[in-house]
Design a binder for this molecule. Structure first.
Ligand code: PNS
Length: 182
């Protein structure tokens, strides 16, 4: 799907809250980068919702996690996603799919986006199997109670989570009987 040297770059937007970025998101971004010339990870600025991390913190964490990849851009947007996609000349909106439970909401959103802007395609990428049960909210909940989530988030996110929620000694490292299990 990538461009040949004469055509325009194929830009995809990967929108979301990313509160915070997880390894599941990272997996989707890496897959998207294999298909598109440029991927813009776009954080929705939504004053109506309460987030753990500010937009600025989330932008920073994503930048640090993808240091040095020119094909990846990080940004924040307001309002309708399709308006932002139009402004960026994006050909696709990327969404990650984990389980069937994601489907209904994603399907509804994709159809609404198509109605509002017929020239941008929703592209669903399946996360790697090991990330199927990861989500920002479950990670935040575990981290809040002192759990070690370092194998579920990129290092810059892990450090920020530890700043917000100092970890208890007993939760550090895997359980001795379950080390290596995923
Ligand atoms: O990570 P999330 O919270 O599942 O991301 C949802 C997001 C930001 C992609 C979605 O809420 C969105 O696109 N909001 C922008 C407003 C919009 O365009 N709504 C119409 C599409 S239903």
């Amino acid at each position: 799907m990538k461009k040949d040297h004469l055509s325009k770059p194929r830009i995809a937007i990967y929108p979301g809250s990313f509160d915070p970025l997880t390894n599941g998101h990272m997996d989707v971004i890496q897959r998207a980068l294999e298909i598109f010339d440029e991927v813009i990870v776009a954080i929705l600025r939504n004053p109506a919702k309460k987030y753990l991390f500010s937009v600025q913190e989330r932008l920073e964490m994503i930048r640090q996690s993808f240091n040095g990849n020119d094909a990846l851009k990080v940004d924040a947007f307001d309002g309708l996603l399709v308006d932002y996609a139009r402004m960026k000349h994006a050909v696709a909106i990327i969404r990650g799919m984990r389980a069937i439970s994601d489907f209904e909401n994603e399907f509804q959103m994709a159809l609404m986006n198509r109605k509002l802007h017929k020239d941008v395609q929703s592209v669903f990428l399946m996360t790697g199997f090991r990330w199927i049960f990861t989500s920002s909210s479950i990670i935040k909940e575990a981290a809040q109670f002192g759990a070690d989530v370092s194998d579920m988030v990129p290092e810059p996110v892990n450090l920020k989570l530890m700043e917000k929620f100092p970890r208890m000694e007993t939760h550090r490292g895997p359980h001795p009987d379950r080390s290596g299990s995923r």
